[in-house]
Design a protein. Structure first.
Length: 267
Protein backbone atom coordinates (compact mmCIF):
# COMPACT_ATOMS: atom_id res chain seq x y z
CA UNK A 1 0.00 0.00 0.00
CA UNK A 2 2.87 2.47 0.89
CA UNK A 3 4.72 1.76 -2.36
CA UNK A 4 1.60 2.28 -4.51
CA UNK A 5 0.78 5.61 -2.77
CA UNK A 6 4.35 6.91 -3.17
CA UNK A 7 4.42 5.96 -6.85
CA UNK A 8 1.09 7.71 -7.34
CA UNK A 9 2.40 10.89 -5.72
CA UNK A 10 5.45 10.84 -7.98
CA UNK A 11 3.26 10.47 -11.06
CA UNK A 12 1.07 13.37 -9.86
CA UNK A 13 4.12 15.59 -9.39
CA UNK A 14 5.38 14.59 -12.85
CA UNK A 15 2.02 15.50 -14.42
CA UNK A 16 1.99 18.83 -12.63
CA UNK A 17 5.47 19.59 -14.00
CA UNK A 18 4.37 18.52 -17.45
CA UNK A 19 1.28 20.69 -17.21
CA UNK A 20 3.36 23.64 -16.10
CA UNK A 21 5.75 23.07 -18.97
CA UNK A 22 2.91 22.86 -21.47
CA UNK A 23 1.38 26.06 -20.09
CA UNK A 24 4.72 27.83 -20.33
CA UNK A 25 5.29 26.73 -23.91
CA UNK A 26 1.79 27.68 -24.93
CA UNK A 27 2.15 31.14 -23.39
CA UNK A 28 5.44 31.66 -25.23
CA UNK A 29 3.96 30.35 -28.40
CA UNK A 30 0.96 32.63 -28.32
CA UNK A 31 3.03 35.60 -27.25
CA UNK A 32 5.61 35.28 -30.03
CA UNK A 33 3.43 33.91 -32.79
CA UNK A 34 -0.04 35.15 -33.59
CA UNK A 35 -2.80 32.55 -33.57
CA UNK A 36 -3.66 33.17 -37.18
CA UNK A 37 -0.06 32.31 -38.15
CA UNK A 38 -0.14 28.87 -36.46
CA UNK A 39 -0.40 25.95 -38.77
CA UNK A 40 -2.74 22.99 -38.27
CA UNK A 41 0.03 20.72 -37.05
CA UNK A 42 0.94 22.98 -34.17
CA UNK A 43 -2.66 23.39 -33.07
CA UNK A 44 -3.30 19.61 -33.27
CA UNK A 45 -0.19 18.85 -31.24
CA UNK A 46 -1.21 21.30 -28.53
CA UNK A 47 -4.76 19.94 -28.37
CA UNK A 48 -3.59 16.31 -28.29
CA UNK A 49 -1.14 17.03 -25.49
CA UNK A 50 -3.84 18.78 -23.46
CA UNK A 51 -6.28 15.87 -23.91
CA UNK A 52 -3.62 13.35 -22.92
CA UNK A 53 -2.85 15.30 -19.75
CA UNK A 54 -6.54 15.47 -18.80
CA UNK A 55 -7.23 11.73 -19.33
CA UNK A 56 -4.05 10.77 -17.50
CA UNK A 57 -5.10 12.87 -14.56
CA UNK A 58 -8.59 11.34 -14.43
CA UNK A 59 -7.17 7.84 -14.65
CA UNK A 60 -4.85 8.46 -11.73
CA UNK A 61 -7.72 9.72 -9.56
CA UNK A 62 -9.15 6.22 -9.47
CA UNK A 63 -6.67 4.03 -7.65
CA UNK A 64 -6.29 0.45 -8.92
CA UNK A 65 -6.83 -1.15 -5.50
CA UNK A 66 -10.04 0.76 -4.77
CA UNK A 67 -13.16 -1.44 -5.32
CA UNK A 68 -16.07 -0.13 -7.29
CA UNK A 69 -19.19 0.75 -5.36
CA UNK A 70 -21.78 -0.98 -7.51
CA UNK A 71 -20.12 -4.39 -7.75
CA UNK A 72 -20.91 -5.52 -4.18
CA UNK A 73 -24.53 -4.67 -4.83
CA UNK A 74 -24.65 -6.86 -7.91
CA UNK A 75 -22.88 -9.62 -6.03
CA UNK A 76 -25.39 -9.29 -3.24
CA UNK A 77 -28.24 -9.61 -5.69
CA UNK A 78 -26.70 -12.74 -7.19
CA UNK A 79 -26.18 -14.18 -3.70
CA UNK A 80 -29.81 -13.49 -2.83
CA UNK A 81 -31.02 -15.18 -6.01
CA UNK A 82 -28.81 -18.23 -5.39
CA UNK A 83 -29.96 -18.46 -1.76
CA UNK A 84 -33.57 -18.18 -2.89
CA UNK A 85 -32.96 -21.02 -5.35
CA UNK A 86 -31.37 -23.08 -2.58
CA UNK A 87 -34.36 -22.45 -0.34
CA UNK A 88 -36.90 -23.34 -3.01
CA UNK A 89 -35.15 -26.45 -4.29
CA UNK A 90 -35.62 -28.54 -1.09
CA UNK A 91 -39.30 -27.60 -1.17
CA UNK A 92 -39.59 -28.84 -4.72
CA UNK A 93 -37.68 -32.00 -3.79
CA UNK A 94 -40.05 -32.59 -0.87
CA UNK A 95 -43.01 -32.20 -3.18
CA UNK A 96 -41.48 -34.77 -5.50
CA UNK A 97 -40.98 -37.18 -2.62
CA UNK A 98 -44.54 -36.65 -1.42
CA UNK A 99 -45.92 -37.22 -4.90
CA UNK A 100 -43.88 -40.42 -5.15
CA UNK A 101 -44.98 -41.88 -1.82
CA UNK A 102 -48.59 -40.74 -1.93
CA UNK A 103 -49.44 -42.06 -5.36
CA UNK A 104 -52.58 -44.20 -5.36
CA UNK A 105 -51.81 -47.89 -5.08
CA UNK A 106 -53.20 -49.88 -7.97
CA UNK A 107 -55.36 -52.76 -6.83
CA UNK A 108 -54.79 -56.08 -8.62
CA UNK A 109 -57.50 -57.17 -11.00
CA UNK A 110 -59.56 -60.31 -10.46
CA UNK A 111 -57.74 -61.98 -13.34
CA UNK A 112 -54.39 -61.31 -11.68
CA UNK A 113 -55.68 -62.66 -8.36
CA UNK A 114 -57.00 -65.81 -10.02
CA UNK A 115 -53.69 -66.51 -11.76
CA UNK A 116 -51.77 -65.85 -8.57
CA UNK A 117 -54.01 -68.08 -6.46
CA UNK A 118 -53.83 -70.88 -8.98
CA UNK A 119 -50.03 -70.58 -9.06
CA UNK A 120 -50.15 -70.26 -12.85
CA UNK A 121 -51.91 -73.63 -13.14
CA UNK A 122 -53.05 -74.51 -16.66
CA UNK A 123 -55.75 -77.14 -16.03
CA UNK A 124 -58.56 -77.10 -13.44
CA UNK A 125 -61.31 -79.64 -12.68
CA UNK A 126 -64.31 -78.59 -10.60
CA UNK A 127 -67.43 -80.18 -9.18
CA UNK A 128 -70.78 -78.56 -9.96
CA UNK A 129 -72.94 -79.26 -6.88
CA UNK A 130 -72.27 -76.86 -4.02
CA UNK A 131 -69.63 -74.96 -5.99
CA UNK A 132 -71.14 -73.75 -9.27
CA UNK A 133 -74.77 -74.72 -8.66
CA UNK A 134 -77.08 -73.69 -5.85
CA UNK A 135 -78.16 -77.32 -5.42
CA UNK A 136 -76.09 -79.62 -3.21
CA UNK A 137 -77.34 -83.16 -4.07
CA UNK A 138 -78.14 -85.21 -7.21
CA UNK A 139 -81.73 -85.54 -5.99
CA UNK A 140 -82.21 -81.78 -6.23
CA UNK A 141 -80.98 -81.81 -9.80
CA UNK A 142 -83.93 -83.97 -10.77
CA UNK A 143 -86.12 -80.95 -10.03
CA UNK A 144 -83.99 -78.01 -11.12
CA UNK A 145 -80.48 -76.68 -11.66
CA UNK A 146 -79.53 -73.10 -10.80
CA UNK A 147 -76.15 -71.45 -11.38
CA UNK A 148 -74.94 -69.26 -8.53
CA UNK A 149 -74.64 -65.70 -9.85
CA UNK A 150 -71.82 -64.82 -7.43
CA UNK A 151 -69.51 -67.45 -8.94
CA UNK A 152 -69.87 -66.41 -12.56
CA UNK A 153 -67.18 -63.71 -12.55
CA UNK A 154 -64.58 -66.01 -11.01
CA UNK A 155 -65.56 -68.87 -13.29
CA UNK A 156 -65.12 -66.76 -16.40
CA UNK A 157 -61.67 -65.59 -15.23
CA UNK A 158 -60.63 -69.20 -14.70
CA UNK A 159 -61.68 -70.11 -18.23
CA UNK A 160 -59.48 -67.27 -19.58
CA UNK A 161 -56.26 -68.63 -18.11
CA UNK A 162 -56.98 -72.36 -17.57
CA UNK A 163 -58.39 -75.39 -19.29
CA UNK A 164 -61.52 -75.91 -17.16
CA UNK A 165 -63.52 -79.13 -16.83
CA UNK A 166 -66.81 -79.31 -14.90
CA UNK A 167 -68.11 -82.64 -13.61
CA UNK A 168 -70.96 -84.02 -11.54
CA UNK A 169 -72.76 -87.20 -10.51
CA UNK A 170 -76.36 -87.35 -11.75
CA UNK A 171 -79.16 -89.86 -11.38
CA UNK A 172 -80.69 -89.59 -14.85
CA UNK A 173 -80.42 -87.99 -18.26
CA UNK A 174 -83.03 -85.35 -17.39
CA UNK A 175 -80.78 -84.03 -14.62
CA UNK A 176 -77.90 -83.84 -17.08
CA UNK A 177 -80.03 -81.82 -19.50
CA UNK A 178 -81.13 -79.43 -16.72
CA UNK A 179 -77.50 -78.78 -15.75
CA UNK A 180 -76.44 -78.06 -19.33
CA UNK A 181 -79.43 -75.75 -19.83
CA UNK A 182 -78.64 -73.84 -16.64
CA UNK A 183 -75.01 -73.35 -17.66
CA UNK A 184 -76.03 -72.19 -21.12
CA UNK A 185 -78.58 -69.74 -19.72
CA UNK A 186 -75.96 -68.27 -17.39
CA UNK A 187 -73.73 -67.60 -20.41
CA UNK A 188 -70.83 -69.87 -19.50
CA UNK A 189 -70.65 -71.34 -22.99
CA UNK A 190 -70.87 -67.97 -24.74
CA UNK A 191 -68.95 -65.56 -22.49
CA UNK A 192 -66.29 -67.99 -21.30
CA UNK A 193 -64.01 -70.44 -23.02
CA UNK A 194 -65.98 -73.47 -21.85
CA UNK A 195 -67.64 -75.91 -24.25
CA UNK A 196 -70.27 -78.52 -23.53
CA UNK A 197 -67.84 -81.34 -24.19
CA UNK A 198 -65.91 -80.28 -21.09
CA UNK A 199 -68.94 -80.82 -18.83
CA UNK A 200 -68.66 -84.46 -17.67
CA UNK A 201 -71.30 -86.59 -15.95
CA UNK A 202 -71.06 -89.88 -14.05
CA UNK A 203 -73.30 -92.04 -11.88
CA UNK A 204 -70.97 -92.61 -8.88
CA UNK A 205 -68.46 -90.70 -6.76
CA UNK A 206 -65.76 -93.11 -7.84
CA UNK A 207 -66.47 -92.15 -11.42
CA UNK A 208 -65.75 -88.47 -10.59
CA UNK A 209 -62.49 -89.49 -8.93
CA UNK A 210 -61.52 -91.41 -12.07
CA UNK A 211 -62.26 -88.35 -14.23
CA UNK A 212 -59.89 -86.24 -12.14
CA UNK A 213 -57.07 -88.75 -12.17
CA UNK A 214 -57.34 -89.23 -15.93
CA UNK A 215 -57.29 -85.49 -16.65
CA UNK A 216 -54.36 -84.87 -14.24
CA UNK A 217 -55.22 -81.23 -13.47
CA UNK A 218 -53.08 -78.75 -11.57
CA UNK A 219 -56.09 -77.93 -9.38
CA UNK A 220 -59.24 -79.80 -8.39
CA UNK A 221 -62.18 -78.16 -6.60
CA UNK A 222 -64.60 -80.39 -4.66
CA UNK A 223 -66.94 -80.50 -1.67
CA UNK A 224 -66.44 -84.15 -0.72
CA UNK A 225 -63.66 -84.47 1.91
CA UNK A 226 -63.13 -88.15 1.12
CA UNK A 227 -62.40 -87.44 -2.53
CA UNK A 228 -60.05 -84.61 -1.54
CA UNK A 229 -58.17 -86.97 0.74
CA UNK A 230 -57.92 -89.68 -1.92
CA UNK A 231 -56.68 -87.26 -4.56
CA UNK A 232 -54.20 -85.43 -2.31
CA UNK A 233 -51.28 -87.62 -3.35
CA UNK A 234 -52.12 -87.46 -7.07
CA UNK A 235 -53.14 -83.84 -7.64
CA UNK A 236 -50.79 -80.91 -7.14
CA UNK A 237 -53.34 -78.60 -5.46
CA UNK A 238 -56.94 -78.88 -4.29
CA UNK A 239 -59.60 -76.56 -2.97
CA UNK A 240 -62.08 -78.12 -0.56
CA UNK A 241 -65.28 -76.05 -0.40
CA UNK A 242 -66.92 -76.52 2.99
CA UNK A 243 -69.02 -74.31 5.24
CA UNK A 244 -68.41 -76.48 8.30
CA UNK A 245 -64.78 -75.73 9.21
CA UNK A 246 -63.33 -73.09 6.89
CA UNK A 247 -59.58 -72.77 7.01
CA UNK A 248 -58.88 -76.32 8.21
CA UNK A 249 -56.53 -78.20 5.86
CA UNK A 250 -56.60 -81.97 5.59
CA UNK A 251 -53.28 -82.01 3.67
CA UNK A 252 -50.51 -79.50 2.87
CA UNK A 253 -51.69 -79.23 -0.74
CA UNK A 254 -55.42 -79.03 0.10
CA UNK A 255 -56.87 -75.58 0.79
CA UNK A 256 -60.25 -74.98 2.44
CA UNK A 257 -62.75 -72.17 1.86
CA UNK A 258 -66.47 -71.59 2.33
CA UNK A 259 -66.88 -70.82 -1.40
CA UNK A 260 -64.85 -70.52 -4.54
CA UNK A 261 -65.47 -66.78 -4.73
CA UNK A 262 -64.30 -66.33 -1.15
CA UNK A 263 -61.07 -68.19 -1.93
CA UNK A 264 -60.36 -65.73 -4.74
CA UNK A 265 -61.36 -62.71 -2.64
CA UNK A 266 -64.66 -61.85 -4.36
CA UNK A 267 -67.07 -62.63 -1.52
Amino acid sequence: MAESSSSTEEIVRLIKRLSGYVAFKMSNLFSTTPIRNLDSRSIGAIAGLAIAVVFTWRALRTQPGEPQRRRPKRRMQSDESSSAADVSSPHEDNNGVQDHFFQPVKQPTLGQIVRQKLSEGRKVTCRLLGVILEESSPEELQKQATVRSSVMEVLLEITKCCDLYLMERVLDDESEAKVLQALETAGIFTSGGLVKDKVLFCSTEIGRTSFVRQLEPDWHIDTNPEISTQLARFIKFQLHVSAAKPGERTAPNVFTSQSIEQFFGCA
